[in-house]
Design a protein around this ligand. Structure first.
Ligand SMILES: Cc1cc2nc3c(=O)[nH]c(=O)nc-3n(C[C@H](O)[C@H](O)[C@H](O)COP(=O)(O)OP(=O)(O)OC[C@H]3O[C@@H](n4cnc5c(N)ncnc54)[C@H](O)[C@@H]3O)c2cc1C
Length: 304
């Protein structure tokens, strides 16, 4: 799909962020997918979600950090988030990206940064989810995750059904006894490493879901795809799997109707709540997933 490829290309052009920000209506436009610029905005958004029976995961927007100072500042931001979760009592864990914590600078530096966070989360009885980035980072992300899981246990990983390797990775992660968030995958990948056809990605998602649901471990199924969600519900009913033994996960602002419906039906739902100033690549990936969102953006840009 050309539009998807172009939008994903643009998502990596960080200099465009400032150009974008000058348009009137920019705040309104990003607010659909992003809770706000600071922690308090995210807390408010999460409070609202909690009121409707939905748990959350904080995402302080940031990735591809090239400065040690910025990486350490992000660790500190996340330490504040963990403290604030305890102070306010909101139901939430945290999601991080390793390139935000210095992966592109040095693996050991990134490991130590992430270790600080996971250690603090454990001390507070909370949990850290490591997001999965593009396939050039899969191997190293799994390596850092495995070290941390062995030391702390209170950390989970994301796997992507569009990658051909994921069936194997899943076997290794399940052998550790770790919790997985399964998603389709949001980056531009080559046919060598990823399935090209949507049908293959979806079929693989369902295959992997069945392995997760019968593993006896609590996992997260991150998708807004109703066909997959319905197939999952049918599988759960057929196998007599408890509805509270896993959770559906969705992104802030996407398919709120579906999030609510699942809660009403007795399923657990967690929403990924991004906040912060570094919104550009996240926002562009959301547009790439559904180019129809471009119309929504255009309307806001020129009428905002
Ligand atoms: C909680 C969570 C965490 C994630 N973490 C990661 C991660 O760590 N690494 C990673 O690579 N990806 C991550 N993703 C993104 C994921 O890989 C997909 O790109 C994204 O979820 C879209 O795929 P889908 O499963 O919803 O199915 P799709 O087939 O893309 O979409 C199914 C339907 O969902 C709706 N929908 C999907 N996306 C949008 C959108 N942007 N705007 C409006 N409607 C939409 C539409 O109705 C669409 O028809 C995460 C997603 C979620 C929900």
């Amino acid at each position: 799909m050309i539009t998807r490829a172009v939008l994903l290309y643009l998502s990596r052009q960080f200099w465009l962020k400032d150009k974008f920000a000058y348009f009137p209506g920019f705040r309104q436009m990003t607010r659909r997918f992003i809770a706000g610029e600071n922690i308090r905005d995210a807390i408010e958004a999460i409070r609202e979600l909690n009121h409707s029976g939905i748990t959350a995961t904080f995402d302080h927007l940031g990735e591809s950090t090239t400065s040690r100072e910025e990486a350490v500042a992000d660790v500190e931001e996340y330490l504040r988030v963990l403290a604030l979760i305890d102070e306010t009592g909101v139901q939430s864990n945290v999601s991080i990206k390793l390139t935000q914590l210095g992966l592109d600078i040095d693996e050991e530096f990134c490991f130590q940064n992430t270790r600080r966070l996971v250690g603090e989360a454990k001390r507070r009885g909370n949990f850290v989810r490591i997001d999965m980035e593009d396939s050039s980072r899969t191997e190293v992300t799994l390596r850092i995750f495995t070290r941390l899981f062995r030391e702390f246990g209170t950390v989970g990983i994301v796997l992507q059904s569009y990658l051909r390797r994921t069936g194997e990775d899943l076997g290794e992660v399940l052998a550790l006894g770790a919790r997985v968030r399964l998603c389709k995958g949001a980056y531009q990948e080559s046919a060598e490493v990823a399935f090209e056809e949507k049908r293959e990605v979806d079929d693989n998602y369902l295959r992997l879901t069945k392995r997760l649901l019968t593993s006896g471990i609590y996992h997260g199924l991150a998708t807004h795809d109703e066909r997959i969600i319905e197939a999952t519900q049918a599988f759960v009913a057929e196998k007599g799997i408890a509805r509270d033994s896993f959770e559906f996960q969705m992104l802030y602002g996407i398919r709120r109707d579906l999030q609510q419906r699942l809660v009403r039906e007795g399923y657990r739902v967690r929403v990924y709540v991004p906040y912060g100033r570094f919104w550009y690549p996240y926002f562009m990936r959301r547009l790439a997933e559904r180019p129809a969102n471009l119309w929504f953006v255009m309307r806001n840009l020129f009428t905002g």
